[in-house]
Unconditional design. Structure first.
Length: 200
């Protein structure tokens, strides 16, 4: 899966290897660091080899893939995998905050039962994945209430609540006041533009 904060080119290759499940089980990695730069270099060479179609192409590709596997194994040793999975899911929730989230399916997609995944997520964040999803929606709603004249009903829809009544009651539980009172309070308190990430 590829998630990017800005528009980017995506290059990927698919290959088979023995014992891959044991080596790479539940591995989610951020695209930062020295080893990642090495991976990018190898993928660039693979791309050039495939386009050039020089003699002994398959041998060259297999050699490069072996090198890629060694780098990935080295990355695994340096990474706390369970927390990388949490960060992956947090980004996924932020990117899709207005949609319903099937956390059981997401847990299974990263190789965990829902109960195990929920425990790992709560251990890292202090809250369940469902509560995190609600918090992200509320943060988005707070930013919209502060920075726009959009109606409460429309904000409810934009943030993915099933209806305006559900939005108002959830907002009041989380923030302590209704969305309308929140808008009035923040407009009096400051003229600063409220960023979505500042609300989280």
């Amino acid at each position: 899966d590829e998630w990017a904060e800005e528009e980017t080119e995506v290059f990927f290759c698919i290959f088979e290897m023995q014992d891959a499940a044991d080596i790479f089980e539940n591995m989610v990695l951020a695209d930062k660091g020295e080893l990642t730069e090495e991976i990018n270099k190898i993928l660039t060479i693979i791309e050039a080899e495939l386009k050039g179609k020089a003699a002994f192409l398959n041998d060259r590709i297999n050699l490069l893939l072996e090198e890629l596997i060694i780098i990935l194994k080295r990355m695994i040793q340096k990474v706390d995998v369970k927390y990388d999975i949490v960060e992956y899911v947090k980004r996924l929730v932020k990117q899709n905050s207005s949609r319903g989230m099937n956390f059981q399916a997401i847990a299974e997609s990263v190789g965990y039962s829902y109960d195990r995944f929920r425990h790992i997520f709560k251990e890292k964040t202090g809250i369940s994945p469902t509560q995190y999803h609600i918090n992200v929606r509320i943060a988005k709603a707070k930013a919209l209430l502060k920075n726009s004249d959009t109606s409460v009903a429309k904000i409810s829809e934009i943030c993915g609540f099933k209806d305006v009544h559900n939005f108002i009651s959830t907002f009041k539980i989380k923030v302590g006041i209704t969305p309308l009172k929140y808008r009035q309070a923040v407009s009096k308190a400051t003229d600063k533009v409220l960023n979505f990430n500042e609300c989280l």
